[in-house]
Design a protein around this ligand. Structure first.
Ligand code: PLP
Length: 387
């Protein structure tokens, strides 16, 4: 198997697995109970929270465990909008290239009466801080702005510090979905004035089903899940202590090796891009920014206009190659990528988009194999579509 879908998920790190196994076997107390075994669970949960908070320049008290990125986005948008509605600012501004966890939540809010604006992006997928500023001047009723830190399909890194500053200058809450940026880019919330930020453990080698929402001190939003008093009364449900410990272990490992990994993955990305250009020339479209400071290391997005991504992926799968069409959540559906559509306005291009996302264990040899299989696939599908 050649695994080139690291934006969808990555294998768990050895240390994360070890820590989780140990916690599941030995630390089974309910972290919210009052007897001694519970105290061990509470201590492990607190230590994990401390590590994760420090990793983003936040305070321990600002990190709330969730079930992952989807819950974090839902919580930020639904509770954030409730709070801002009460403050007389009932509008939401987001971008047209967000993950569906944001876009579908925005659609839900809109269907229930929230005014929603989805900002356009340029051909590289960048949201302009000036355009946000103009929109917020024209729509002073906006209460919450939600723009992702980095895009999951094309890897575009947004000017998040500037966007957050613009939102704050207009008296809005600012949320950012940092699921793809986390573990790859430096996130320091002492420098970026975001109020809310969510991440997910399984994108960095931790377990699936856990993440956190950062809620800045003083930001008063309610709960998404109601019930017990866990997470200081803000997120009900028995705490998943082994997963929190596995998450913190993965984060520590990833941050120790971040520079080396980014360098390795970045150089594979350049190599892959060169090989694709040599193999396909102008029959392929490159989506998003050039590899470099505006793009996540390891992300490649290409389109073959006129072809169906699903057919290409099926052929790759038969050859043992794992990739995706845009985001993993749309795999299996024939819907064109909303991200490519927003960037280019070209449905043919959006329909034929393939995303490869690399990890440090990938090799140039694997990339050569993929280019070869892809070439055979495209030639076959091209001739079929013409016959
Ligand atoms: N946001 C982004 C940008 C993502 O890439 C993903 C997952 O692909 C999510 C949110 C959802 O995260 P989770 O799988 O933890 O629910």
């Amino acid at each position: 198997m050649i695994y080139l879908d690291h934006a969808a998920t990555v294998p768990m790190t050895k240390e994360s697995l070890r820590v989780m196994e140990q916690a599941m076997e030995n630390i089974y107390g309910n972290a919210s109970a009052s007897y001694a075994p519970a105290a061990r669970a509470r201590t492990l949960l607190d230590q994990s929270r401390e590590i994760l908070a420090e990793g983003i320049g936040a305070d321990f008290s600002e990190v709330y465990f969730t079930s992952g990125g989807t819950e974090g986005d839902n919580w930020a948008l639904l509770a954030g909008m409730d709070a801002m509605k009460d403050a007389g600012k009932p509008g939401l501004v987001t971008s047209s290239i967000e993950h569906h966890a944001v876009l579908h939540t925005a659609d839900y809010l809109e269907a229930h009466g929230t005014p929603v604006i989805k900002l356009p992006v340029n051909r590289e997928g960048l949201v302009s801080p000036d355009a946000l500023d103009r929109t917020l001047s024209q729509h002073p009723e906006t209460g919450l702005v939600s723009i992702m830190w980095a895009n999951n399909e094309v890897g575009t890194i947004e000017p998040i510090k500037e966007l957050a500053a613009v939102a704050k200058a207009h008296g809005c809450l600012f949320h950012t979905d940092a699921v793809q940026a986390y573990g790859k880019l430096k996130i320091d919330l002492r420098e970026v004035p975001a109020d809310l930020l969510c991440v997910s453990a399984h994108k960095i080698g931790g377990p699936k089903g856990i993440g956190f929402l950062f809620i800045r001190k003083g930001v008063s939003i309610g709960s998404l899940l109601h019930g017990g008093e866990q997470e200081r009364g803000r997120r009900a449900g028995t705490e998943n202590v082994p997963a929190a410990a596995g998450f913190a272990a993965a984060f520590e490992e990833v941050s120790r090796n971040e520079d080396i990994r980014n360098k390795t993955v970045g150089s594979l990305q350049l190599y892959f891009r060169d090989q694709l250009e040599k193999t396909f020339g102008s029959s392929m479209c490159w989506n998003g920014p050039e590899p470099g400071k505006h793009r996540l290391p390891g992300n490649l997005s290409i389109s073959f206009p006129g072809l169906q991504a699903r057919s290409i992926l099926m052929n790759l799968d038969l050859a043992g190659i794992c990739a995706s069409a845009g985001s993993a959540c749309t795999t299996g559906l024939q819907t064109p990528s909303h991200v490519i559509l927003a960037m280019t306005g070209d449905p043919d291009r959006a329909q034929g988009t393939i995303r490869f996302t690399l990890g440090p264990e990938n090799t140039r040899g694997e990339i050569d194999t993929v280019c070869c299989v892809l070439k055979q696939t495209i030639t076959r599908l091209d001739s079929l579509s013409k016959s």
